[in-house]
Design a protein around this ligand. Sequence first.
Ligand SMILES: [Zn+2]
Length: 134
Amino acid sequence: MSKQLRAELCLANNKGEPDPDCEYFTWKQPTRCDECGQWIHDYEYYFYEKKSIEKSQRHLIRYFCCISCYMEKLPTESFLHPANKIVKKELSLKERLQFYQNMVTMRRYFEVQFARVPLNADAYFHLNGGGDKA
Ligand SMILES: [Zn+2]
């Protein structure tokens, strides 16, 4: 399992409340684990795909499972799909992207957003015309 920057660690290094509307993602196309329903943050994951024989429908099943669910369910093989068909995958580099998304406005940010911390005026310099910039 590779070490990654987790949301919890980022927040611990900052003072202030994280914006509760913001979610942290590491996948360019955020994907939920089909077992626990949580967003997958690790770049290693488990996957099962069932393709349709008919060309009209490309995928019958695209199943994603996070590492922790896989480890938890492996002893009993209590997956939604046959354990021997589930393969380990790693997200390609171009599919990786660390960002925060406000789930209300759906805006994406590359830095953690805070709920009650005054906005840094410099960050919005370009928006207000920069009139008072020294
Ligand atoms: Zn899971």
